[in-house]
Design a protein around this ligand. Sequence first.
Ligand SMILES: [Zn+2]
Ligand SMILES: [Zn+2]
Length: 267
Amino acid sequence: MAGRLKLHVIASGSKGNASIVEDGATGRCVLVDCGVTKRALLAGCEASAIDPARIEAVLVTHDHSDHVKGLPVAYRGMAKLGCHPDLFVNDAVFAAVPKMTEAAELCCRHGMEHGDALSVAGMDVQVFPTSHDAVWSCGFRFECEGDALGFMTDSGVVTPEAHEALSDVRILALESNHDLDMLENGSYPYQLKVRVRSDRGHLSNVQAARELSELVSDRLEQVVSMHVSQNNNTYRLPVDTLEGVVVTMGADVHVQTGYQSQPIDVM
Ligand SMILES: [Zn+2]
Ligand SMILES: [Zn+2]
């Protein structure tokens, strides 16, 4: 059963990230991260039937370039369309990405801290800490008229705050970055392998499955595997792994994956 919130994953993975959370009743939208080109962003909007002018805010999870590199150009492009979405970004993240000042000059910038409860585009947004090797990082819980959506990528472990915030949602977007064997036997340099699997790296398929087993609820309908590695994973593995959890628990939950360069809509 479709709910009030919709998730549009425009791009997800280490080459670039951008997702849109939409209030399906009002059409008001929030963009989470912008690590893609303006062209990819606008193509994603078109594929999801979203007029970019409906994007009222941009929320930034952390300072890594795959999440922020498209921001200045996207803001210039959106400004040409007459829209200037509010930018929500932690001060340390803002300071760490000098190019973000270009975007901030075209809009109203707001600080953001863990534990904040924001009101954005008619949605209530809770900001929770993730565990990642960034200057600062977070995930989000969106609520709107009784519907709830949890969004977490780029976290080596699930923090207690994240676990709480991701509980009892209808749509869950959860990082399922790598398969441990593929990472171990893959081509990444040793240091990068250590980084990816560390507590401040990325969530593996197994970790995502373990977390999902604790998040299955009567309310949960949709799960999306996010930030899936193109080197150390396949698009099939996280879906199979997470579906395994759902089947074992006898739950009625649809599992799908976000892609690096093919937008998906989750309702
Ligand atoms: Zn990332
Ligand atoms: Zn990152």
